[in-house]
Design a binder for this molecule. Structure first.
Ligand SMILES: [Zn+2]
Ligand SMILES: [Zn+2]
Length: 353
């Protein structure tokens, strides 16, 4: 339709129309504390394995706030942020075979070629050609359009009629909470779990831990406000002095990791999810004989298809994590709300195009 109008237009109008079509609005990071919602060139297909996706819904991650704070100086000035969202395929490269123009898709926060040695092991997070690059090493999804490399392996199809708001939670937080927290924490039926950190990822770990019907999940059956009470004493008293079978660290601070070391039961698992910027004291003098395992992981998103089914069947309802809704061009306002999550009582902010 647009092409037809351009063909008939005078050369001058044609140029204006072409300029209009080749730009979009996006959230650009410049330096710690400096960002702008502005016109940017619309992404184009660079490799035959790429897709360009028009964003329908996106969100802001705690990781984006880390970038904005300057915790990740490797992020280049001028980078478009964002690694979560759902959208509609605008264009595909010639070797993309799983998707076509018009398909609705979930964008995975992890880009994976599906062919390298790490991908073959299911460790997409360390893909030699991708991994977590979106909104970090390459331009991301807090924009009207995004280029997705290795589209066949990095996008997931959305069937007609699905609740796309809920599916935004499948880009990152649900697989992150599940893989890094619940799976690595080896949660089993009857276990006691402490989730340290009640942000979106902690809540996603809470939702997905329910697959294993834990006996008690502190933070759910018992909410402990560590600012107001002694979390260690409280957890010890709730577990007959033993501590918890799984402690999931979903903050990324030395104090919260050390709290996990204090509350873990003999034979327990400390599963780290938090993005840490500082070194943490490992109390081996207390833990060396306690049969503890400590795991770290970057989400691989290998469980996304399984989690998709649990969302579709309403076994879990991640939509409940959405507390605020904005139009896409209210991006700066949405950042302001999410930056003051405690004051605004915000978990996930949803932006709609
Ligand atoms: Zn994220
Ligand atoms: Zn790979």
């Amino acid at each position: 339709m647009e092409d037809l109008i351009i063909d008939k237009a005078s050369p001058a109008t044609r140029t204006i129309a072409a300029v209009k079509k080749s730009t979009m609005k996006a959230l650009v990071y410049y330096a710690p504390g400096k960002k702008s919602w502005q016109e940017q060139p619309k992404p184009v297909i660079k490799e035959t394995t790429d897709a360009v996706v028009k964003i329908l819904k996106t969100t802001i991650c705690g990781t984006d706030l880390h970038i904005m704070k300057g915790d990740m100086p490797e992020v280049a000035s001028g980078r478009i942020l964002g690694h979560e969202g759902v959208g509609i395929i605008e264009e595909v490269g010639s070797s993309v075979s799983n998707f076509k123009k018009g398909d609705h898709v979930i964008i995975s926060c992890v880009t994976s070629c599906g062919k390298c040695s790490f991908c073959k092991k299911g460790m997409y997070s360390h893909c030699e050609n991708g991994g977590w690059i979106l909104g970090y090493m390459i331009d991301g999804c807090q924009a009207e359009y995004v280029r997705i490399p290795y589209a066949d392996n990095s996008l997931y199809p959305i069937p007609a009629g699905a609740d796309e708001e809920a599916l935004v939670m499948l880009s990152d937080i649900l697989p992150t909470g599940f893989e890094c927290g619940v799976l690595n924490g080896q949660v089993k039926p009857g276990d006691t779990i402490a989730i340290v950190g009640a942000g979106p990822v902690g809540m996603a770990a809470l939702l997905t831990s329910q697959f294993y019907t834990p006996a008690e999940t502190f933070g759910a059956t018992h909410i402990i406000n560590s600012a107001k009470e002694n979390a260690i004493e409280k957890i010890k008293s709730l577990t007959d002095g033993k501590g918890v079978d799984t402690a999931i660290e979903a903050v990324g601070l030395p104090a919260t990791f050390e709290l996990c070391e204090e509350i873990i039961a003999a034979g327990g698992h400390i599963a780290n999810i938090g993005v840490h910027g500082k070194s943490v004291v490992l109390h081996l003098e207390k833990l060396w004989d306690r049969n503890i395992s400590i795991t770290t992981r970057l989400v691989d998103t290998v469980t996304t298809p399984m989690l998709f089914k649990t969302v579709q069947s309403k076994r879990i309802e991640p939509k409940k994590l959405i507390t605020h809704r904005f139009k896409l061009d209210e991006m700066i306002k949405a950042y302001d709300t999410f930056e003051h999550a405690a004051r605004e009582k915000a978990l996930k902010v949803l932006l709609e195009n």
